[in-house]
Design a protein around this ligand. Structure first.
Ligand SMILES: [Zn+2]
Length: 537
């Protein structure tokens, strides 16, 4: 339930008065002092559904509400993802999409999301929340001109995102979200459907469960270490259901014969539960790899794809942004994951180590898919190695992907060994695996990609995220076709636009309009220079 006390102020450091104990549940917001039955127009907010998140609503006026994101479970530091419904609305305008008619100030409702834990946001660059309604079930973005992002003196000068919206159909329930939701249940349905197709090159296994037997004891212990409200403890204990950690294997059956040598590409997604675009990209990869496309068939013949599409199923289910049920950022625990506290991560790491120790298996790529809350485009993070040649070879895949995907920016791709990224999958496995393995974080913007300049931001759609995934999959053909380490050249030669472009000349400088693109100019220019001197033949 919502915390009803009107403390009004919140921020990155939550005070004891600000603790939000769970999601609002069919919460009718009444004006102060109102005692009668709720009427039409007394909005009812709800976030008690899968991936829902809204912790508290404050009534400012009939036409303005302050909204508080529920922090990640057991970790109050993260407050970004929101996903909630509004019903019992009063019809105010016939045009869907929240357009504000001039001179009809009463027709709009203003929502202020007041407790984001991050200050930098793509809301500065035109991003807008998503909306759908019962009679219009396709997600769409609220028009950017109705979204405001600013420091608010009423909320400890915290950054507040306000958006104006016009409800137009009284019987509709409206749903608002930070980005396109992609739930655990959606993934399960998607994988169930793939399984029903009985493809001999597709296998789905249960790699583990999100909560192991007995770990509820640890959860209780966790509450002692990280005190949380009693309501939240109840909520968490109710949520201790075992969710699946799925592992997919996509390859021609011949590659799985006993004794067969395997070149493995390992892909993971959704370690950060609020980063929903990661799931669309991952689904795009899977869709392509199981398809009848001739490139997909060649890839299956030569490579073994291992895909863990949802590394943090509990966090996704609960509507967290960054953490697991117990409040851990799993992407900082690769070095020493606990089977009790981080069971999904532990399971994936064990599998990777088994593969690493198997002389018949060469784990050549590891790609962990994320979404980025301040940058445009798709781009990658890679590692820095002392070995010059290894460093050069590592830059090849993102270069090739840049040629295949118009939304992927090589200029935003960077290679680093920042201390803050220690414990990530990319960094840990980059240190573990041998020098013919490449480990990347693939990031994709929550908002848009740039085509030809800063004024031409193209907002991502679900389909565009999936297309990036297909392009990632296709790029493995380019890589192996060019890579002299492969004894058997891969065929066929695709007739696509990349064939017309000279290799390693990324003529378009995508992402230049991004104010953060200059974050690591030295490393990027170093990588770029090395690439151009690289001979792949
Ligand atoms: Zn992430």
């Amino acid at each position: 339930m919502a915390e009803r006390s009107r403390t009004a102020e919140t921020g990155s450091a939550i005070g004891s008065d600000d603790i939000i104990a769970g999601n609002v549940s069919k919460y009718t917001v009444l004006p102060a002092g109102y005692c009668g039955q709720p009427k039409k127009g007394h909005l009812i907010f709800d976030a008690c559904f899968e991936s829902g998140n809204l912790g508290r609503v404050d009534h400012i006026t009939e036409f303005e509400y302050d909204l508080f994101i529920r922090p990640d479970t057991c970790n109050p530091r993260f407050r970004v993802w929101f996903n909630f419904t509004v019903e019992n609305v009063k019809e105010s305008q016939s045009l869907f999409g929240g357009l504000i008619a001039k001179g009809t100030s009463k027709s709009r409702v203003i929502f202020n999301v007041v407790n984001f834990s991050k200050t930098k946001s793509l809301y500065r660059d035109g991003m807008a929340p998503m909306v759908k309604s019962t009679s219009r079930p396709k997600w769409q973005r609220i028009p950017s001109k109705n979204v405001y992002y600013y420091r608010c003196p009423d909320h400890r000068r915290n950054y507040v995102m306000s958006f104006a919206f016009c409800f137009d159909r009284e019987d509709d329930t409206y749903q608002f979200a930070y980005c396109y939701p992609y739930t655990y249940t959606r993934l399960q349905h998607y994988l169930d459907n793939l399984q029903r197709r009985n493809m001999d090159y597709f296998c789905r296994e249960l790699l583990g469960l999100s909560v192991l037997p007995g770990s509820h004891l640890l959860s209780l212990h966790t509450f002692l270490v990280f005190p949380v409200a009693v309501d939240l403890q109840v909520l968490l204990l109710q949520q201790l259901q075992k969710r699946q950690l799925d592992l997919l294997t996509i390859t021609s059956p011949a590659n799985l014969r006993p004794g067969a040598e395997q070149k493995v590409v390992f892909i993971t997604a959704r370690v950060h539960p609020g980063e929903t675009p990661s799931s669309f990209v991952c689904q795009g990869i899977i869709d392509f790899l199981v398809s009848q496309h001739p490139i997909a068939k060649v890839l299956r013949d030569h490579l073994v794809f291992k895909i863990a599409p949802m590394l943090n199923p509990d966090g996704v289910y609960l509507g967290n942004y960054r953490c697991s049920l117990m409040g851990f950022d799993l992407n900082r625990h690769w070095a020493n994951p606990s089977p009790w506290a981080h069971p999904t991560l532990h399971g994936v790491k064990q599998l990777i180590i088994e593969m690493y120790n198997n002389p018949k298996i060469n784990l050549e790529f590891y790609i962990d898919i994320h979404a980025h809350s301040t940058m445009m485009n798709g781009f990658m993070y890679g590692n820095i190695f002392e070995d010059e040649e290894r460093f050069q070879r590592q830059a090849v895949f993102p270069k090739l992907l840049c040629q295949n995907a118009e939304d992927f920016s090589y200029s935003s791709t960077s290679f680093n060994r920042d201390a803050v990224k220690a414990g990530t999958g990319r960094r840990f496995l980059g240190g573990l695996l041998n020098d013919t393995s490449y480990c990347y974080t693939l990031e994709v913007s929550f908002y848009s990609y740039i085509l030809g300049g800063p004024t031409s931001a193209v907002p991502y759609t679900e389909a565009a995220y999936m297309k990036l995934g297909r392009n990632v999959a296709r790029t493995f053909l380019d890589y192996y076709r060019l890579n002299s380490l492969v004894e058997r050249p891969l065929a066929p030669t695709p007739k696509s636009r990349k064939e017309k472009t000279p290799l390693f000349k990324c003529t378009t400088q995508r992402g230049q309009g991004n104010s953060h693109a200059g974050g690591k100019p030295e490393k990027r220019s170093q990588a770029h220079r090395k690439d151009q001197s690289l001979s792949m033949q």
